[in-house]
Design a binder for this molecule. Structure first.
Ligand SMILES: NC(=O)c1ccc[n+]([C@@H]2O[C@H](COP(=O)([O-])OP(=O)(O)OC[C@H]3O[C@@H](n4cnc5c(N)ncnc54)[C@H](OP(=O)(O)O)[C@@H]3O)[C@@H](O)[C@H]2O)c1
Length: 388
């Protein structure tokens, strides 16, 4: 029998982290846990570390260090706190690092993991959106492979595997359409956090659930796909597929398309990434197409979902624009979840920040951090004005 795969999980307490742990629990002989990281959920982090026998547990928020140490006293788990500790979790010797921190906050640890030489099972799409070129060069430096975990990119990755790259005509990302797919423009604009958090198919963290409702998620994923697969912008497309069974498609020059299908459960793309190209079993029920009867597809409505064209604009402009788009969106989603404004305010804030963006192409992580910080300041100012 081969050695167990050594896995680290950045964002272990979140939705992707939990799905990853389910895959590991289902295959106890195939994996060992090296390092875990979270932001502030000490009890859950300690529980996971204790249960998996992890070597190292990092909590980003330093105020929780004492509590984490306390929870793990009497175990062999090493404990540390702060951003440097999260970066250390990313570089402990592992075969694969699951990058599952939400948002721009995951960028530095994603870069550290990429440089470490481990394979990078990447869910943290915001890292690719804001710094795709840096992540790719860090991976080239380390020698590991990027294996996407986002279900659409996992589907594309698998549908591209072993195929003739020259013959690709299009990458088509599927989108569920979210909870507002059939709502009118005015209803969507006035929607509340409670309504936006009700995703019809996927059970995910709050930020990505709101992004799905606005279709900003699909926009971020287009940029992520462009970065991961080095594809020309005019070869990327989106189709709405409410059942979330077809997870994306690759069209080839012979007129055929390859797709990956499965029930909407993140354990499937995660398990594919952990030991790629080996498959790992999961407890996910097999897909029974007859039970679904019909799979339907429709074009996205860019008028009712203005975040999608805003992301497409940012992708076309490139340079500082995807960073500004992401920063403005993160600030706006937090404001919306805190109840500061209705759903329509997210697109409004992002659009206003993009209108104020003209920074030159970033050359370094410091440039990216500066654009991110400036865009956040602009977004806060726009929101303050909007809420007057
Ligand atoms: N959930 C899905 O099904 C899904 C599908 C596709 C892609 N994704 C992508 O995967 C990423 C994670 O999504 P999610 O839904 O799993 O999010 P989530 O449930 O909100 O979990 C986020 C995780 O990141 C941790 N975290 C946040 N900030 C951190 C920091 N500064 N340092 C260390 N850890 C930090 C959180 O810790 P605490 O718990 O302590 O706060 C938590 O473990 C996102 O980029 C999302 O777009 C998710």
């Amino acid at each position: 029998m081969s050695e167990p795969t050594r896995v680290s999980i950045l964002g272990a307490t979140g939705s992707i982290g939990t799905s990853t742990l389910r895959v590991l629990d289902h295959n106890p002989d195939q994996f060992t846990v090296v390092a875990l990281a979270a932001q502030r959920n000490v009890e859950r982090l300690a529980d996971i570390a204790r249960r998996t026998g992890a070597e190292f547990a990092a909590i980003a928020d330093e105020r929780h260090y004492a509590a984490l140490k306390d929870h793990l006293s009497g175990t062999t788990v090493e404990v540390a706190a702060g951003a440097a500790a999260v970066a250390e979790a990313a570089i402990r010797r592992a075969d694969v690092v699951v990058g599952a921190i939400t948002g721009y906050a995951g960028l530095r640890s994603t870069l550290a993991a990429a440089r470490s030489g481990a394979n990078l099972a990447l869910a943290n799409k915001e890292a690719m959106v804001t710094a795709g070129a840096l992540v790719k060069s860090a991976l080239a430096e380390g020698g590991g492979t990027l294996i996407p975990v986002d279900s659409e990119h996992a589907a594309l990755f698998q549908s591209l595997w072993g195929q003739d790259r020259e013959a690709i005509t299009q990458l088509i990302l599927t989108a569920s359409g979210g909870p507002f797919r059939t709502w009118s423009k005015d209803e969507i604009r006035a929607a509340t956090p409670e309504q936006a958090l009700k995703h019809p198919n996927w059970d995910m963290g709050a930020k990505v659930t709101i992004d799905s409702a606005s279709m900003m998620n699909k926009g971020l994923e287009l940029i992520e796909a462009q970065q991961i697969f080095d594809i020309a912008l005019d070869r990327l497309d989106v189709v709405v597929h409410p059942q979330s069974i077809v997870h994306s498609l690759v069209a080839y020059a012979d007129g055929g398309q390859l797709a990956q299908l499965g029930v909407p459960d993140m354990q499937t793309p995660i398990s594919a990434a952990l030991r790629w190209p080996k498959r790992t079993k999961t407890a996910v029920p097999p897909l029974d197409l007859a039970q679904y009867g019909a799979l339907t597809f429709e074009p996205p409505d860019r008028d009712r979902f203005p975040c999608l064209p805003l992301a497409e604009q940012a992708m076309r402009e490139g340079g500082a624009f995807p960073i500004a788009l992401n920063a403005a969106n993160e600030v706006a989603v937090s404001g919306f979840l805190e109840g500061a404004f209705a759903f329509g305010g997210i697109a409004e804030a992002v659009s206003a920040v993009l209108d104020q963006t003209d920074a030159p192409k970033p050359q370094s992580l410091e440039d990216i951090a500066l654009i991110d910080a400036e865009s956040r300041t602009k977004a806060h100012a726009v929101i303050t004005h909007m809420c007057k």
